[in-house]
Design a protein around this ligand. Structure first.
Ligand code: FES
Ligand code: FES
Length: 180
């Protein structure tokens, strides 16, 4: 199975865009609401730029093949696998990473729901689970359990915490509904 065939509805892949490079060789990225100027080859995976240039380590390197979901970010509102997206295709688009969701003192409701449900063992998959949930709830604020499971079905958790993770997604959705 190719990586693209593993992406569920609502996930984004982006073609490379050489025109993203500016005359001085840099690119402008919109990350977590801030404009960042970076110097990188257009074909560099977005994940590497987030880690190495911007020091954003929320997205995790897992497979590097678009298969596991550990590196997920929200790109223009859609869950996207940053390990296989060339940074050149991201210039001028909205990139949200885990760091842009909440802080230790001011958690995003999705993060609070994952804590409340103790939805983790090693935690390595959590970035992908949370960012995929963020994109899901933005496009469907009231998902059924089946819709939530569908959205997360290609995010791998080798610890087998899927039951708790699904409970956390449904808790986040119902708490968001209560605060509407
Ligand atoms: S590290 Fe990107 S999908 Fe696995
Ligand atoms: S909690 Fe360990 S991989 Fe999901």
């Amino acid at each position: 199975m190719t990586s693209s065939s593993r992406l569920e509805a609502g996930h984004s892949t982006t073609p490379n865009s050489p025109s993203a490079e500016r005359s001085n060789g840099t690119m402008l990225l919109q990350v977590n609401g801030r404009t960042c100027e970076i110097l990188a080859d257009c074909t560099t995976p977005l994940l590497h730029v987030l880690h190495n240039d911007l020091k954003l380590n929320g997205p995790k390197f897992g497979c590097g093949l678009g298969e596991c979901g550990a590196c997920t970010v929200v790109l223009d509102g859609l869950a996207a696998r940053s390990c296989v997206i060339p940074v050149g295709g991201c210039a001028g688009r909205s990139i949200l990473t885990l760091e842009g969701l909440g802080s230790r003192d001011d958690l995003d409701p999705i993060q609070s729901a994952f804590i409340a449900e103790e939805a983790a063992q090693c935690g390595y998959c959590l970035n992908g689970m949370i960012m995929t949930t963020k994109a899901l709830l933005a496009r469907n604020a009231h998902p059924s359990e089946q819709e939530a499971a569908e959205a997360l079905k290609y995010n791998l958790c080798r610890c087998g915490a899927h039951v708790e993770i699904l409970r956390a997604v449904m808790r986040a959705a119902s708490e968001a509904a209560r605060s509407e």
